[in-house]
Design a protein around this ligand. Structure first.
Ligand code: GLU
Length: 420
């Protein structure tokens, strides 16, 4: 991973925001407060390891904005996590929730840790201690975490239980992406990947591209990339390349995603998978393959200036948060590459998180068909709004999404007024 000192993700976000404000003819005063997260919490997370030694990890929870509702966003466990990254990710959640018009602000959390080096018990103890440390700022009306890179439903279950133990009663609405058995929502696990496929189909439709005849490369085989790959494959689309942290697989005639998913489930990686016609590629090589659609679904700052120049894909759909640097974004736009931005493309996860939270608050449950059709409706409505704004202003879809989001958040702030 490229260090955030080189590509500062928060600065990246501010640069795009300033440009959106210019298009909206906003004065600096109109959105100055949004350049600063409302609350940044850094916590020490001491954990007793299985061998009896103590290790202290650093954890963060940043609440960027609560103007449109409770703060919302995932928690990631990754050795590259730092405050600046979490700040950027929290702001992107504010814009993401505003783009899809769900009543949330933005937050993000993380622990600087390589979770693959921890046992299940160590992981649980670390999660519970971290939850206790950030507990004063959590709550269904305040801040609602969810899964992100290297966290999953089990981790959310421990967060829900720890919070509930402190309260003295079960509070399912404090976290989303939980196991179904304790109030999780049907369709939540696949939601981000499903959203990615919905917007991919829509952009292809608008560009008169036949997806059945197109090739797709997906960077990342986690909850987002892995699900998107499977759903594309089930639609009969030709997924020619996939990758995870250990490297990628390529077959210009199309990969058997069902087979690769089974392999990955057993081995914990796609590395080592072999089949006729499949060759290995690096993560960088995957980005440069001669494909129609590229879906970066791993980490930030993958598509840099140098890579952007050589990208052959006509369409990029950002499954990950912040996979493209500001400089790369400009080059892609000039080169006529159509990019569906992260704050729209991967919003499916938080949309179904919203459904989960609503179900928890009302203690009712919807079936998967209802969830998926409401998800589709929101994704397509948001896509249409972003698309129209970008056409009206003759700007990229990313700028269209930021203009829509910033306008919604600034309007909410103005109506509420400045306290005191
Ligand atoms: N971590 C996901 C994201 O980046 C989901 C956040 C949520 O559901 O709150 O959008």
């Amino acid at each position: 991973m490229i260090k955030s000192e080189v590509y500062d993700p928060y600065q990246n976000m501010l640069d795009v925001l300033d440009e959106a404000a210019r298009i909206l003819s906003y004065e600096p005063n109109d959105y100055l407060a949004l350049k600063y997260p409302e609350r940044e919490l850094t916590v020490a997370v001491p954990v007793e390891m299985d061998d009896g030694n103590i290790q202290v990890f650093t954890g963060y929870r940043v609440q960027h904005s609560s103007s449109r509702g409770p703060c919302k966003g995932g928690i990631r466990y990754h050795p590259g996590v730092d405050l600046n990254e979490v700040k950027a990710l929290s702001a992107w959640m504010t814009w993401k929730c505003a783009v899809v018009n769900i009543p949330y602000g933005g937050a993000k959390g993380g622990i600087r840790v390589d979770p693959s080096k921890l046992s299940q018990n160590e992981l649980e103890r670390m999660t519970r201690r971290y939850t206790a440390a950030i507990l004063p700022i959590l709550g269904p009306e305040r801040d609602i975490p969810a899964p992100d890179v290297n966290t999953n439903a089990s981790v959310m279950g421990w967060i829900m239980d720890t919070y509930s133990m402190f309260k003295g009663y079960a509070v399912p609405g404090v976290v989303t992406g939980k196991p179904i058995e304790i109030g999780g929502s049907l369709g939540r696990k696949e939601a981000t990947g499903r959203g990615v496929t919905i917007v991919t189909d829509e952009i292809a439709f608008r560009k008169s591209i036949d997806m059945q005849k197109s090739s797709i490369a997906i960077q990342g085989f986690g909850n987002v990339g892995g699900t998107a790959a499977r759903l594309f494959y089930e639609k009969g689309y030709r997924v020619v390349a996939v990758s995870d942290v250990n490297g990628g697989l390529y077959n210009p005639n199309g990969l058997n995603i069902a087979d690769i998913s089974n392999y990955a489930q057993q081995s914990g990686t796609i590395k080592g998978y072999s089949a006729k016609g499949v060759t290995e590629v690096t993560n960088n090589e995957l980005l440069l393959l001669p494909v129609d659609v590229l879906v970066p679904s791993a980490m930030e700052n993958q598509i840099t200036e140098e890579i952007a120049r050589d990208i052959k894909a006509k369409i990029i759909v950002e499954g990950a948060n912040g996979p493209t640097t500001v400089e790369a974004d400009k080059i892609l736009y000039e080169n006529g590459v159509t990019l569906v931005p992260d704050i729209l493309a991967n919003a499916g996860g938080v949309v179904v998180s919203y459904f989960e939270w609503v179900q928890n608050l009302q203690a009712i449950f919807w079936d998967e068909h209802e969830i998926n059709s409401m998800l589709k409706k929101i994704m397509l409505r948001s896509f249409d709004e972003v698309y129209n704004i970008s056409k009206q202003n003759n700007v990229s879809l990313r700028m269209g999404a930021y203009v829509l989001a910033l306008d919604r958040v600034v309007k909410a702030k103005k109506i509420r007024g400045m306290f005191p």
